[in-house]
Design a protein around this ligand. Sequence first.
Ligand code: HEC
Length: 138
Amino acid sequence: MHIFKLFLVVFLFATITSVSADHLEKHSIENRIKPSGSVYLEGDDVPVSKPAVVESSGPRTAEDIYKVSCAACHATDAIGAPMFGNAASWADRIAKGEEALINNAINGINAMPPMGTCGSCSTDDIAATVKYMVENSQ
Ligand code: HEC
């Protein structure tokens, strides 16, 4: 009879722990598969989070780009770059045509680095900057 009681106790204990383990597991599965977002339907009270205000610095002008990225080399003729505002140093280059100058500024030529080192410039930015330099150097 003693041994039977012992079995009963063990059996009950095992049942209780497995039931509560089941319950815990179900709970955590529900947590894991619940939708990650909420869907709002028309008419629902939607919590609105205001977008952060981003101050735009405005579009850069060709002059800005020239000053920041190109002037280091083009404001002087020290390293053989055609000098800004110096018609004589630009004449031969301008004769090649604007398209050729823009392509060389984009792809680089000799000591002229591709994109003039302006990593944030688009090819349109470079084209506009080349035009700006040419317009002011003839
Ligand atoms: C590290 C110095 C350096 C920087 C920065 C630089 N250039 Fe140049 N650039 C040169 C040199 C040197 C040449 C002459 C290359 C040659 O013809 O041998 C040149 C040539 C050019 C030419 C003439 C290309 C041709 O076909 O004759 C253009 C146009 C030009 N650069 C535009 C720019 C623009 C636009 C920027 C800025 C976005 C810029 N460069 C930044 C050094 C520089």
